[in-house]
Write a protein that binds this ligand. Structure first.
Ligand code: F6R
Length: 605
């Protein structure tokens, strides 16, 4: 959740590091710091709060062509200047930045204190700096390796030595570290977004790797010092996609990018000749897919909810039992893993620790798993080894919007593919391909209704609690709508299957509690109308997201979306709820792109 960035080369490091910190700020942001090596000494600056607070400390640009920097999301020790990284040894010779958790920090700290080391922070990470200083090693890499052999826990780590300013030593175990290759300069980061301004050539380290990064290149080793080879990979993210452009928030920009994101996930994948889809990255033979008896989808948060949409699509189109489960739950309950189940991991970042752990559990027990992932070359993508990339471009806002939609579309592609291997007719395949091609223009038509959605948002901005209900395909839409609203506006929002309302939550319906009803014109329309009647009988305000046709019931607000084929209605019904959350948050003045307590890439348990 914290962010690491490092630079070694011929340029002044501090502007590059500060710019990198701004790019990483969305990952975790309660404090930030920077350390530069210059003339045999370290210069360290740290500050609680946003990166701009740190910027204020750097009035004169500190000198140094080697440096590391960090944005912190507190785990051990409150957010404060002292607890911000980098941390240094007593002599201020070594500086470290660390993502992850040192589980045996208390014991290591006690040992170091008994030898007279005085700690300057409450963090678990500071022990690493003191241990490195205590090693009588030939090189910084040897000192880091010797230290890491004492550490129990997870790390993405970068270390510099002011007296040997020719390298950054980095190491990875459970927390991403990526190298960026420049012209006589090298970059280090925990996330490619900090690198794309400078290079498109990156190297992803694996767990257990240690790398020595010099201005003119890098070497990779195991923890025991044996050389290993890690080849560079080209990334296709452009720097422009990491800026807000004309939008005031990344969330709003990413909502607007959805027509293009859908075009990208569809690009080259519609096989009209056979009324099916083409998914080159799956690398699963038709026979293997035919053998699958069940599909299990794993992800967290919005990725899990997109998986719920996906499970329904797979069941409908391929007639295979499919089920989504939060990866965070799955990994802890000693799940039964079956060889004839196809597992699918969903993740935007490709770094979510719980999802990664679930994938590792599935693989360890010998089953097949593939990924639906946005971030190319990310840890989960590499762990799965095969799957579907979304190609949605970077998503910077903490809350997921365009990647939710792209994931649902990727599931549609997969469900059609699987369906056409089974009982889905060519006519139905063709009908669905046409519907997919129409989605981008339909999303544009929904975005054009922003003013109406913003006016409905004023009702949600005034409330403390809101309910979102939907039946069958409408239920995941309600779940995602409620999650978006609570994340960005801090309005308490709960999703219920509409049919469950009278089994409990109806007790909470009151004149000051709005309910958003997902009301597609499907075969459950009449039942959903009855639900609305029940809510109105308790004088609860009701708002609906529905298809354009007169309603047989009075409601307080209507948002209309164009009709797709019924299978894809959930994809479109969700879009206005993103705008509803955005405008509710705007009206309440919250920090939309960086909601409190949340981080984009949840790389801790
Ligand atoms: C919600 C949101 C989170 C993420 C979740 C998984 O708006 O963004 O719930 O969906 O943390 O993240 P990824 O997809 O990166 O695995």
């Amino acid at each position: 959740m914290c962010g690491i960035v490092g630079y070694i080369g011929e340029q002044q490091a501090s502007p590059i590091l500060m710019e990198g910190l701004h790019q990483l700020e969305y990952r975790g942001y309660d404090s930030a710091g920077i350390a530069l090596a210059s003339r045999g000494e370290l210069k360290v600056f740290k500050s609680k709060g946003k990166v701009r607070n740190l910027e204020r400390l750097l009035t004169a640009q500190p000198e140094g062509t080697l440096g590391i920097a960090h944005t912190r999301w507190a785990t051990h020790g409150e957010p404060s200047d002292r607890n911000a990284h980098p941390h240094c040894d007593t002599q201020n010779r070594y500086a470290i930045v660390h993502n992850g958790i040192v589980e045996n920090a208390a014991a290591l700290r006690a040992q170091l204190e008994s030898k007279g080391v005085v700690f300057r922070s409450e963090t678990d990470s500071e022990v690493i700096a003191h241990l490195i200083a205590a090693m009588q090693a030939h090189s910084l890499a040897d000192a880091v390796r010797a230290t890491l052999r004492l550490i129990v826990g997870t790390y993405g780590l970068a270390v510099i030595d002011a007296q040997r300013p020719d390298s950054i030593v980095v190491a990875r175990n459970g927390s991403p570290v990526i190298l960026g290759i420049g012209e006589r300069e090298m970059f280090v980061a925990s996330d490619v977004s900090a690198l794309v301004r400078h290079t498109q050539q990156v190297v992803h380290l694996n767990d257990g790797d240690v790398a020595v990064v010099r201005a003119d290149g890098y070497e990779t080793f195991t923890l025991d010092g044996g050389p290993i080879s890690r080849a560079p990979l080209a990334i296709d993210w452009q720097f422009e996609s990491l800026t807000k452009g004309d939008f005031s928030h990344f969330m709003r920009k990413e909502i607007a990018e959805q027509p293009e994101a859908i075009r990208r996930v569809l690009s080259g994948r519609l096989e009209t000749r056979f009324s099916t889809t083409h998914l080159g990255g799956l690398e699963l033979a038709a026979r293997e897919l035919l053998e699958a008896k069940r599909v299990k989808i794993l992800g967290c948060g919005s990725a899990y909810i997109a998986g719920c949409v996906g499970a329904q699509l797979i069941e409908q189109l391929a007639r295979i039992p499919a089920h989504a489960e939060p990866a965070s739950e799955f990994r802890y309950r000693n799940p039964v893993i079956e060889a004839d189940t196809l597992y699918i991991a969903v993740s935007q970042s490709g770094e979510t620790f719980d999802t990664l752990s679930a994938v590792q559990e599935v693989k360890r027990k010998g089953a097949r798993v593939f990924g639906i992932i946005n971030s190319v070359g990310s840890t989960i993508a590499r762990e799965c080894g095969r799957g579907i990339y979304l190609h949605a471009g970077p998503e910077v806002a903490v809350v997921s919007t365009k990647t939710f939609t792209s994931t649902a579309v990727a599931f549609a592609l997969f469900a059609i593919y699987l369906g056409r291997l089974r009982d889905l007719s060519a006519a139905n395949g063709a009908r669905l391909l046409n519907a997919l091609s129409a989605l981008p223009a339909q999303v544009e038509a929904i975005l054009a209704q922003e003013d109406r959605i913003a006016s409905i948002a004023t009702a949600f901005a005034k409330t403390r609690d809101a309910y979102f209900v939907g039946r069958a395909a409408g239920y995941p839409v309600a779940m995602e709508g409620a999650l978006k609203l609570k994340e960005v506006s801090y309005v308490h929002a709960e999703a219920y299957p509409a049919s469950e309302l009278k089994h409990g939550p109806l007790a909470l319906i009151a004149p000051d509690t709005p309910t958003l009803v997902v009301l597609p014109r499907d075969d459950l329309f009449a039942k959903n109308v009855s639900t609305i009647e029940e809510i109105r009988a308790r004088r609860g305000p009701t708002y609906v997201v529905t298809h354009p046709q007169p309603l047989p019931v009075a409601v307080d607000g209507v948002i209309e979306v164009p009709k797709s084929e019924p299978e894809f209605d959930p994809i479109l019904l969700n879009i206005p709820l993103q705008l509803l959350a955005y405008h509710t948050a705007l009206a309440r003045g919250t920090d939309i792109d960086q909601p409190r307590n949340l981080a984009k890439s949840v790389t801790v348990e």
